[in-house]
Design a protein around this ligand. Structure first.
Ligand SMILES: Nc1ncnc2c1ncn2[C@@H]1O[C@H](COP(=O)(O)OP(=O)(O)OP(=O)(O)O)[C@@H](O)[C@H]1O
Ligand SMILES: [Mg+2]
Length: 151
């Protein structure tokens, strides 16, 4: 008899047909997230991770425009809940991420934390984070978005 050792994570899958639709979905979804939520965003360059975070920001009541934190690595925004937007593209591994103070955001941030290229720090990520996977859809401006809920 087989004994599964991993808990099945609940998944939700959808396809959006434009950047605006991705943002609208993320904005609506953001309203359901409690403080302390960590979202790990996965997808190729240009998949739509930053676009998704722009929607989250809107849903969290952030007024300041959200850009890409590629050079600053971490941007914080004030909203109904604060948002920390982190981009680990330039980070080589967990040691680098540790130097950024990433664990403070993973474990002690009283808001929503969204991390692009989170897999760069895979071994630091808590079990309690969501994974959001964005990939190509069935047409150029379509994207497949899979939300993987914490176990
Ligand atoms: N359905 C869609 N959802 C999201 N973005 C879309 C969609 N259709 C087209 N786009 C376009 O794809 C691009 C996504 O860029 P974005 O900067 O969000 O990607 P990224 O995943 O953050 O890339 P990077 O890894 O370089 O940070 C934008 O130009 C956006 O307008
Ligand atoms: Mg980006």
């Amino acid at each position: 008899m087989m004994h599964p050792v991993t808990t099945q994570r609940q998944m939700t899958e959808l396809e959006t047909t434009s950047a605006a639709a991705t943002q609208a979905f993320a904005a609506e979804w953001a309203a359901t997230l409690p403080p302390g939520t960590v979202l790990c965003l996965h997808g190729e360059l240009g998949a739509g991770k930053t676009c998704f975070v722009q929607g989250l920001a809107k849903g969290l009541g952030v007024r300041r425009p959200v850009g890409s934190p590629t050079f600053t690595l971490i941007n914080e925004y004030r909203g109904r809940l604060p948002l920390a937007h982190i981009d680990l593209y330039r980070v080589r591994g967990s040691a680098d991420a540790f130097g950024l103070g990433l664990e403070d955001y993973l474990f002690h941030f009283d808001g929503v934390v969204a991390i692009e290229w989170a897999e760069r720090a895979a071994d630091l990520l808590p079990e309690t984070c969501w994974h959001v996977r964005i990939s190509a859809g069935t047409a150029p401006d379509h994207r497949r978005i899979v939300l993987e809920r914490p176990a």
